[in-house]
Design a protein around this ligand. Structure first.
Ligand SMILES: Nc1ncnc2c1ncn2[C@@H]1O[C@H](COP(=O)(O)OP(=O)(O)O)[C@@H](O)[C@H]1O
Ligand SMILES: [Mg+2]
Length: 365
């Protein structure tokens, strides 16, 4: 059997650039060289693509990876090639792309759109699912419509804030009680998020958040535990054992995610089997409501006292180092990291095959 040609895309223009490099390193190390022929493509902070040396992205070093030959993927159906500056083919016959690029430009549907136009199978959610799951406000609307539990929230837009900041703050304070969480609608890694405990802090928080996104979600704050479920597949979708994140900080902020070594990942989460089962079912319903495909990590906020749970967000491209939550939850559910990668690639190819079977012209039934 000939090897599958995999394009592993990593890096990107978001604050999660480094996380993506770490994820790609783990994936590269775990992909069986007897089965896969992997081309590493590093996307730099300007969004340009570079063919990285065929070694571990992390060890090659960012600078080495990014000084590699510049390539692009032409949006030409079926060509499936990475081409150089003069249009010459550098890597041809790509069978599948694994886009492990987080945040804006990677996880928001735009990269998926390019891969669709190029007709290359790719791992994970499609254009619509990626875009929806990236947007906290659209996600909430759809979760509410599906009857799923989310915390009460208010949406504030930049123009409205500029016109009448006092009225915005009053509207928030009438609808919710303090503390509230102020969040840019399309970001990640807790960047631009504020926990607001006093009315006086609200406007500065809103004004900071609109620097990142013209749309802000303000959400009811609760004393919460962060509990997550990993999902895999399309139909059927499988759900993992839950995991929990324990931070010594007040909430799971940027420092807790990337700096604080004391942040603990508990897999499985210390919760009852009954609650775990409810979370799994809710996670699958949320995945359906938000057009999930391939895989996703579903994050819940669970009230510390009442254990009431709320869907916080879906991540269509969760952190994917071998010690990240998503792979660890599968490991604890009996699916080791390399087998998880095989499955994701298989799903990508199957789902592409399904889509390419669809009629593109009207034909009389
Ligand atoms: N409404 C809330 N109540 C309590 N804690 C919250 C709330 N919203 C967010 N948090 C805390 O903030 C963290 C980051 O928020 P989240 O919405 O997941 O943003 P991001 O997309 O940046 O990960 C959560 O993991 C949780 O610890
Ligand atoms: Mg989160």
């Amino acid at each position: 059997m000939s090897k599958l040609r995999v394009g592993l895309l990593f890096g990107g223009r978001s604050v999660e650039h480094e996380v993506s490099i770490a994820s790609a390193s783990s994936i590269f190390r775990a992909l069986d060289p007897a089965r896969y022929d992997v081309s590493l493509v590093a996307i730099d902070q300007h969004g340009r693509w570079h063919l990285a040396p065929p070694t571990l992205p992390q060890e090659a070093g960012l600078s080495a990876g990014l000084s590699g030959r510049e390539v692009s993927l032409p949006a030409v159906p079926g060509e499936r090639a990475l081409v150089g500056a003069r249009g010459e083919s550098v890597v041809s016959g790509l069978d599948v792309v694994f886009p492990i690029v987080h945040g804006r430009g990677g996880e928001d549907g735009s990269l998926q759109g390019l891969l669709e136009l190029a007709e290359v199978p790719y791992v994970g959610a499609g254009v619509l699912g990626s875009a929806i799951q990236m947007d906290k406000e659209v996600s909430k609307r759809l979760l509410v419509a599906a009857g799923l539990p989310v915390l009460p929230y208010v949406c504030v837009r930049k123009a409205e804030l500029a016109r009448d900041p006092r009225a915005c703050a009053d509207r928030v304070l009438r609808a919710l009680s303090l503390p509230v969480f102020v969040k840019p609608a399309n970001l990640g890694s807790s960047v631009g998020i504020h926990k607001v405990k006093t009315a006086a802090e609200l406007l500065p928080a809103l004004e900071d958040a609109v620097r990142y996104d013209p749309k802000i979600v303000v959400e009811q704050g609760i004393a919460a535990r962060d509990v997550e479920i990993a999902l895999l597949g399309d139909d059927p979708v499988e759900a993992s054992v839950p995991g929990e994140i324990r931070t010594h900080r007040e909430w799971y902020d940027y420092e807790a995610k990337y700096v604080d070594e004391a942040t603990e990942l508990l897999v499985p989460a210390p919760i009852s089997e009954a609650l775990a089962q409810e979370l799994r079912e809710t996670a699958i319903a949320a995945y359906r409501a938000l057009e999930g495909r391939g895989f996703a990590r579903v994050d819940f906020l669970v009230d510390r006292d009442s254990l009431a749970y709320y869907v916080n967000e879906l991540n269509s491209l969760p952190g994917f180092t071998d010690v990240s939550m998503y792979p660890r939850m599968w490991e604890a559910s009996g699916l080791p990291y390399p087998a998880l990668l095989d499955r994701l690639i298989e799903l990508a190819i199957e789902s592409h095959r399904e889509r390419s079977r669809l009629e593109t012209q009207y034909r009389k039934p």
